[in-house]
Design a protein around this ligand. Structure first.
Ligand SMILES: NC(=O)c1ccc[n+]([C@@H]2O[C@H](COP(=O)([O-])OP(=O)(O)OC[C@H]3O[C@@H](n4cnc5c(N)ncnc54)[C@H](OP(=O)(O)O)[C@@H]3O)[C@@H](O)[C@H]2O)c1
Length: 300
């Protein structure tokens, strides 16, 4: 395969939370682009090893490392091992996250501490410890934020507060590390169909997924593979001038939310409001049929 198809050949990328979900999909995509990936996991060693095997088949050298972002010592130990092995890094992707999805008044202090430990306290420690390994290669920190920092999602107040802080740290890192040749960027996905969404939605997961599929501009509920596309793009050299940006990779889903509100009526059965089913065509404002556009024009 030509270098055009393996633009990350010779690069080493560390991905936290690479045992499943977005982290695993990103690791696989990056390995396909030629990167040697180091994926971290907290508990699921077997799943991490399966990710590693798939990545190693694309680019040799993939491996898994334990990392618990709740524990300062675990973060220090990981970078101690990397340093001892003399391993530099081109990109560190801070992807792992965990929280309690609850209304703010129901949150326990330990849940607040844990959420902030992963996404703020130890995100910054990770950046501090990664810097010496990134600097020789003019490397990059890529932080994964989320749609809850942009708009209200029930049960997401705590994670949103932590991720907003993480976004602020990314902007400051961009300014402080930029002069030293290291860049920092954030990526902000919308819905991704992973275990964490299933945990959040519980028995309503299928309805939530169906709502995405019906109303998202791309008419999909994003998979981890979908969301990993832009994360991988941010690892390319050519993304250097995105330094300090928080790049939305939500497929316009967030911008479209008001429009989705406009579509919500479509999910209400006609019988629920006594509306007579239309003889033909869509609502006038959608303009998907001749009947609709005539009506829209007539109405001015
Ligand atoms: N899913 C979405 O809809 C969505 C939307 C926007 C943003 N995001 C963001 O995207 C990122 C990935 O989300 P996801 O849904 O793919 O997550 P996920 O499926 O829940 O996977 C979480 C990953 O993080 C690891 N992890 C959990 N707790 C950890 C800890 N204390 N220390 C270190 N690693 C830990 C897990 O390791 P083990 O497998 O070993 O447990 C796993 O690899 C997160 O930052 C999330 O906030 C997700």
């Amino acid at each position: 395969m030509s270098d055009d198809h393996r633009p990350l050949a010779g690069r080493r990328v560390l991905i936290t939370g690479g045992s499943r979900g977005l982290g695993a999909a990103t690791a696989h995509r990056l390995a396909g682009m030629g990167a040697e990936v180091v994926v971290t996991y907290r508990q699921r060693a077997e799943e991490a090893e399966a990710v590693v095997a798939a990545c190693a088949a694309l680019t040799p050298g993939a491996r898994a490392e334990p990392l618990d972002l709740l524990e300062e010592d675990s973060v220090r130990a990981l970078f101690g091992r990397l340093e001892a092995a003399g391993e530099e890094l081109d990109v560190v992707i801070a992807n792992a996250a965990a929280t309690a999805f609850k209304p703010l008044l129901e949150l326990k202090l330990h849940q607040i501490d844990k959420t902030f430990a992963i996404s703020v306290r130890h995100f910054l420690l990770l950046a501090q410890l990664a810097f010496p390994l990134l600097e020789p290669r003019g490397g990059r920190i890529v932080a994964v934020s989320g749609a809850d920092t942009v708009g209200y999602i029930p049960g997401h107040g705590l994670l949103a507060a932590a991720k907003s802080s993480m976004e602020t740290l990314v902007r400051y890192l961009a300014c402080e590390l930029g002069p030293l040749g290291v860049t920092a960027v954030g990526v902000l996905p919308g819905y991704i169909d992973t275990e964490s969404i299933q945990l959040m939605a519980g028995p309503y997961h299928d309805k939530l997924k169906a709502a995405e599929e019906l109303t998202h501009p791309l008419r999909r509920a994003a998979t981890p593979e979908d969301a990993s596309e832009a994360v991988a793009l941010l690892c390319l050299d050519e993304a250097r001038w995105l330094n300090g940006q928080i790049v939305q990779n939500d497929g316009a889903g967030l911008f479209a939310y008001m429009g989705r509100f406009g579509h919500a009526w479509a999910m209400v059965p006609d019988a629920a409001t006594g509306t007579a089913p239309p003889a033909a065509g869509d609502a006038p404002m959608l303009g998907h049929s001749d009947v609709g556009s005539e009506r829209a024009e007539a109405g001015g």
